[in-house]
Ligand binder design. Structure first.
Ligand code: NAD
Length: 703
């Protein structure tokens, strides 16, 4: 799939003659998407080729760095009459009387690859890639891909490409018979020569006329059954399997018609809207007020990490993985040794799985300098603190860092809740201080909340964003508040979970309500994994700050008896085999005692109500965060939840999910649960808007 483009003119396809071959070059930078104007240009070219008897063959090629990298996703929501007619163009190609050769370099993805499949021949540069990534946007190849690819390479291999959505390289494409010839050197010259050599080939080879043979019904059934593991809860993958089966049992014409019907159903589904929302959200998140192309971006050549515990070790690995030297500081030799041993063990496990070599392990470890001296951080360009979550400890460290770190070094805290402004204030260079909130395990989780404090400089912010990209993280800029975006939203989420248990639900029913939404874990499974003692301590810390106290509820009482979660083989659930949660009689009794103590008559909560209470609990806090400006856009909140908390991408994130339900309905539901809707939510509901519309209006106003 391509990035959207906005250019409209009809001259997006140029024509040139090379002997008896007409070359049609699409020029729609940056990725030659199939935008309005492109089909018109192609048809004009085919008109010439059809009428001019001196044209014996046609070559289609991309100008610039790529072939047609896909349909223009922005056109998905256009009325059908206005959207570029890819199927119409492909149909014409399929019936064209003269040979057409697709000359592929860069990427031929989605609609671009479907065009290539409808040509009579395909040639490619060795670095080219082809693929059908539609499934990632909740749709299916809708312009013949589901019917042609199985005919060309077989149903099994076509399904691997269509369900995985990942491109393959030209050599593999040639091996599979997708590409007829690999062309070293000048692609256009090679393609023209190929076209001239095949100018007289008759009958013309057409993929649509091929037959798929020997499809094992068991293979199809296995793939279909496995979808619940590979694509749980999703519509489009099932349609793709249906269509691949149709390709093997029905005529091309029947398959072509079925594909159009299922494509529209997938495209108009909330799932596809949500996945497309995330596609654009991912592009929006890098747009930060005050950051322009001109904002200087610093170079990170060496990194310091303070604390070699759970987070510090994982954070260090991110930089070692991309070849950056890391100095890691601890207070005690044994803690340091333990931290380094864990890093090594992690790498060795990866090597055992064959994902890196033993040589890689040694190279990475060699980049790591363990030390007990803060002074050894004096040359680091970026220093990330990951010590205990305690303000006094952090202040002490930042005070020391201020003296040790070189001028211009970025001083970051991995705090998950504390006030980064307060931390910055102990230094004489608050402009250099930023929050870099990694998620656990820090070497695995994609999300990075980049916490912009009041005085953080634009360069420090831009450098952090750039760094996030280099280490493969999804960086989202957020503001300072307790818990930032992601963890703050968990507070009302947890409150709803606790409320339901107090009033009659089982923890496992509450967790099941989030599984029903597609989350891998519900709130109680998540707390058991994180450690119940963490929330226990932070709630008490917050209360102390506010001058109040916390009354222990049933789950706090579990902590007090030593049941802290997975790490103690028991928390809310029991873990007889270490990882798999099993309902616990201890917890059950604790809950029923607590209900009795509170004089509660238990009632039932249906799954739908439970799911809504939880999901809307997240979203309602998200709306407050948005209104406060702690998140720049609702789509940033969605990116955070999908990349850091396991919210299923096909639901789009909590904000998009609520928009899909209709914000008016959401407000009504929240009120019926006794929850006050956030003012912004209420306002949007009254105006009949969605969060995405709110984002778009604000983006427009800030231009
Ligand atoms: P941890 O207890 O595993 O590790 C903290 C390490 O810091 C320990 O090894 C300790 O010896 C070391 N340390 C303490 N004081 C030090 C000092 N003055 N100098 C050098 N080292 C010192 O804790 P963690 O889970 O890695 O958390 C670290 C930070 O990351 C906290 O601020 C926490 O809130 C945050 N965080 C944790 C998670 C998580 O899931 N664990 C997620 C995101 C952020």
């Amino acid at each position: 799939m391509s990035e959207p483009t906005t250019s409209q003119p009809a001259s997006l396809v140029s024509q040139s003659r090379q002997g008896n071959v007409l070359v049609l070059t699409v020029n729609n930078p940056p990725v030659n998407a199939f935008s309005p104007g492109v089909p018109e240009g192609f048809h004009a070219g085919l008109d010439v080729a059809e009428k001019d008897s001196s044209v014996a063959a046609v070559v289609i090629i991309g100008g610039g760095r790529t072939f047609i990298a896909g349909a223009d996703i922005k056109t998905f929501d256009m009325p059908r009459e206005q959207a570029p007619d890819l199927r119409g163009f492909i149909s014409r190609l399929d019936h064209f009387p003269k040979p057409v050769v697709a000359a592929i370099h860069g990427a031929a993805l989605g609609g671009g690859f479907e065009i290539a499949l409808a040509c009579n021949y395909r040639v490619a540069a060795p670095g080219a890639k082809v693929g059908l990534p539609e499934v990632k946007l909740g749709v299916l190849p809708g312009a013949g891909g589901t019917q042609r690819l199985p005919r060309l390479i077989g149903v099994d291999k076509a399904l691997v490409m269509m369900l995985g959505g990942n491109p393959i390289d030209a050599a593999e494409a040639a091996r599979l018979g997708i590409v007829d010839e690999l062309i070293e050197g000048d692609l256009l010259a090679g393609a023209v020569k190929f076209a001239a050599n095949h100018a007289d080939a008759r009958p013309l080879p057409r993929v649509s006329e091929r037959k798929v043979e020997n499809v094992d019904p068991k293979m199809l059934m296995d793939i279909r059954n496995n979808l619940k593991n590979t694509h749980k809860g999703q519509l489009a993958p099932g349609y793709i399997v249906d269509l691949a089966e149709i390709a093997s049992t029905k005529s091309f014409t029947d398959g072509w018609a079925a594909e159009a019907r299922l494509f529209m159903m997938a495209k108009d589904s909330p799932q596809s809207r949500s996945l497309r929302h995330l596609f654009f959200a991912d592009r929006e998140r890098a747009k930060i007020p005050g950051i322009t192309r001109e904002t200087p971006v610093g170079q990170i050549k060496s990194v310091g990490v303070i604390g070699a515990g759970t987070m510090g070790g994982g954070i260090a690995m991110n930089f070692l993985n991309v070849g950056l030297p890391v100095t890691i500081v601890e207070t005690q030799q044994d803690a340091l040794d333990r931290g380094i041993a864990t890093i090594r063990k992690n790498y060795e496990n990866t090597a055992k799985k064959g994902r890196i070599t033993q040589d890689d392990v040694e190279k990475r470890i060699a980049l790591l300098t363990p030390t007990l001296r803060m002074e050894d951080l004096k040359d680091a360009d970026l220093i990330i603190e990951a010590v205990f979550e305690n303000m006094d400890v952090k202040k002490d460290i930042f005070g020391k860092l201020d003296k040790v770190a070189k001028p211009g070094a970025i001083l970051a805290s991995n705090t998950s809740t504390l006030d980064v402004n307060e931390i910055a204030a102990v230094t004489k260079r608050p402009e250099s201080v930023i929050g870099l909130h990694f998620f656990s395990p820090a070497n695995v989780m994609k999300l990075l909340e980049i916490v912009r404090a009041d005085k953080t400089s634009e360069t420090v912010l831009a450098t952090s964003l750039d760094m996030a990209k280099k280490i493969g993280k999804v960086g989202v800029v957020v503001g300072v508040c307790n818990g930032f975006v992601g963890n703050r939203m968990l507070v009302p989420y947890r409150d709803q979970a606790q409320y339901m248990v107090l009033h009659g639900a089982n923890p496992q029913d509450v967790d099941a309500a989030m599984h029903a939404l597609g989350m891998p874990m519900g709130p109680f499974e998540m707390s058991d994994m994180a450690g119940l003692d963490i929330g226990y301590a932070s709630r008490r810390e917050a209360a102390k700050k506010a001058g109040t106290t916390v009354e222990s509820d049933w789950s706090d009482k579990l902590v007090e008896m030593g049941r802290k979660g997975q790490k103690t083989q028991g928390g809310i659930y029991d873990y007889p085999d270490g990882r798999k949660p099993v309902p616990s009689p201890v917890t059950e009794k604790m809950i029923s005692d607590y209900r009795a103590e509170k004089g509660v008559t238990p009632r039932k909560f249906g799954q739908e109500e439970a799911t809504k209470r939880l999901a809307y609990g997240l979203m309602n806090e998200g709306a407050k965060i948005l209104e406060e400006g702690v998140a720049l856009r609702s789509s940033d909140i969605d990116v955070i939840y999908v990349n850091g908390y396991g919210f299923p991408a096909y639901r789009g994130g909590p904000m998009q999910y609520a928009s899909e339900q209709g914000l008016k309905n959401v407000v009504k539901d929240l009120e019926s649960y006794g929850v006050t809707p956030a003012p912004l939510l209420k306002k949007l509901a009254d105006e009949g808007k969605t969060f995405a519309q709110y984002d778009a209006e604000r983006a427009k106003a800030s231009k």
